[in-house]
Design a protein around this ligand. Structure first.
Ligand SMILES: Nc1ncnc2c1ncn2[C@@H]1O[C@H](COP(=O)(O)OP(=O)(O)OP(=O)(O)O)[C@@H](O)[C@H]1O
Length: 480
């Protein structure tokens, strides 16, 4: 059978909220299609309908010419989400075989040799140079994603649907993954649908770009000849502004020191020496496992130093945007408003400890507007927001605390292009308002856009600082 996918007139509402307005999309065998669009556009909802998590209200899905309700539990379709469904404590070969009948030689004798040989062949298909006996827990996040892809391919997947799997990966791992997907399409004729906000990935590997906006398909065009600016225009539907890298000029020299780490050690970080002054944005980048986020937790005070010291100027409070909004982000069953204001309730306290509910509501609504949270309804449950919109709420919560020190981990993870710019602008505003800002991001493009000086964290230590505008293309390649 063929493995082309045809979606016609697909609709979906959550309560009164229509999220997909009749999507028509046909994807041919062997195509690599980038599915893009702003936060809350309906991309994940579409993928979740294909995966059988949600049921469409109307429309039809045909796969290989036959009508299907969804593509769940089909061997020839593989879904890759951020949760890869791998078991860290098992080897690669055991993970590849998980849920399958063991290979046997004769009677009860197991054929481990054949299992290993097949695992090695599966790893070769995704260009992962690891021994099949390696424990999955010892792999980097990118390597784990490649194992998940290898498992799908080994089970006969011909259509791979990849939903923001690269947003938590460092650049080098993200490139390995998208290149592996491209190769399976080119060499094996597999079809790939890839949801991503990362323009460079989309431009690197896709044949075609499809854009969703407010639940409607607003653009569907070949990626051939598409460059960065044209893609941005397609996404933001207006003239591309100056390249992100040119943003945020330094306005005033930094002032007093607000945060200092002195040979501080905690978790995987240390010893770290670092100063951040008022009116300055300091950027740190690094690979997962480098201790990057532990430096952030130390700086914020979420990790106590086991040796050395973390010193903040008297009265200088700190706010943290944590790196993993799924686990550390917010309270799913509470309103967006509560999630925004919870860490700063003192702002709205009246005498006798009463909360000025009206002021709180008004300010939360203004923050929802300022960060373009979609839908713009502070009473909506946080758990109902799309991933990128959750990220905006977590950012807004830090802004409400209005501290003098900000520690922002992965501040743009999963956010769309216009919001990424808005967040860069806000970070610039914090600096210009006299805050000390530490941006900790495995996406070094964040730092190129906002940081006044930046360094790489490796093996828990902070390397030499560089000014982003002084970095040559060779320096940038070294970052990737
Ligand atoms: N379980 C749910 N209940 C109610 N509304 C929901 C639910 N899931 C999604 N929505 C709403 O559907 C809309 C589309 O969300 P979806 O997650 O599909 O967006 P997205 O394009 O994937 O965004 P992002 O880029 O931020 O991940 C949003 O307005 C979201 O609030």
């Amino acid at each position: 059978m063929t493995h082309d996918l045809q979606i016609t007139g697909l609709t979906k509402s959550f309560g009164p909220n229509r999220v997909l307005h009749g999507i028509d999309l046909a994807i041919g065998e062997g195509e690599v299609v980038g599915l893009m669009g702003p936060n809350g556009a309906g991309k994940s909802t579409l993928i979740k309908i294909l995966a059988g998590v949600h049921r469409a209200d109307g429309g039809a899905i045909r796969f290989g010419g036959s009508p299907v309700a969804d593509l769940a539990s089909r061997g020839d379709v593989g879904f890759i989400h951020q949760d890869l469904g791998l078991v860290d404590e098992l080897s690669i070969v055991d993970n590849l075989r998980l849920g399958e009948a063991p290979m046997r030689r004769l009677g009860p004798l197991l054929d481990h040799r054949r299992e290993r040989a097949e695992a090695a062949a599966a790893l070769e298909r995704v260009a992962l140079d690891c021994r099949p006996e390696t424990l999955v827990g010892d792999l980097s996040s990118g390597e784990k994603t490649l194992v998940a892809v290898a498992r799908m391919l080994a089970r006969g997947a011909r259509l791979l649907i990849v939903d923001e799997a690269t947003s938590t990966l460092p650049p080098r791992d993200a490139l390995r993954l998208v290149d592996a997907l491209k190769r399976t399409a080119q060499e094996e004729g597999a079809t790939v649908i890839m949801v991503s906000h990362k323009l460079s990935e989309i431009l690197r590997v896709t044949d075609r770009v499809v854009v969703l906006l407010d639940g409607r398909l607003v653009a569907d065009q070949t990626a051939v000849g598409l460059d960065h600016d044209a893609l941005v225009r397609l996404l933001v539907a207006h003239e591309a502004e100056a390249a992100d890298r040119d943003a945020a000029p330094v306005t005033a020299p930094p002032g007093e020191e607000l945060l200092r780490l002195e040979a501080a050690c905690a978790g995987r970080a240390g010893p770290v020496d670092l100063q951040v002054r008022a009116g300055e944005i300091v950027g740190l980048t690094g690979l997962p496992g480098s201790g990057l986020h532990d430096v952030a937790f130390l700086a914020h005070g979420a990790l106590r130093p086991r040796s050395g010291a973390v010193v903040r100027a008297p009265g200088a409070a700190s706010a943290l945007v944590p790196p993993y909004r799924e686990r550390q982000g917010g309270f799913d069953d509470h309103a967006v408003r509560d999630n925004l204001t919870i860490s700063a309730l003192e702002r709205w306290r009246a005498p006798w400890r009463l909360l000025r509910g009206g002021h709180e509501r008004r300010d939360a609504a203004a923050m929802v507007g300022r960060l373009s949270v979609h839908p713009a309804d502070p009473d909506r449950h946080y758990g109902e927001l799309s991933g990128g919109n959750k990220q905006k709420v977590v950012f807004g919560r830090a802004l409400f605390r209005d501290p003098r020190v900000y520690v922002l981990c992965e501040p743009t993870r999963g956010v769309d292009v216009p919001t990424r710019r808005e967040i860069y602008r806000l970070i610039g505003e914090l600096r210009d308002g006299g805050a000390a800002v530490l941006v900790v991001s495995s996406d070094f493009e964040d730092l190129l856009s906002v940081a006044d000086r930046m360094a790489v964290v490796d093996d828990g230590r902070v390397g030499p600082f560089r000014v982003p505008s002084d970095l040559s293309d060779t320096d940038l390649e070294a970052f990737i």
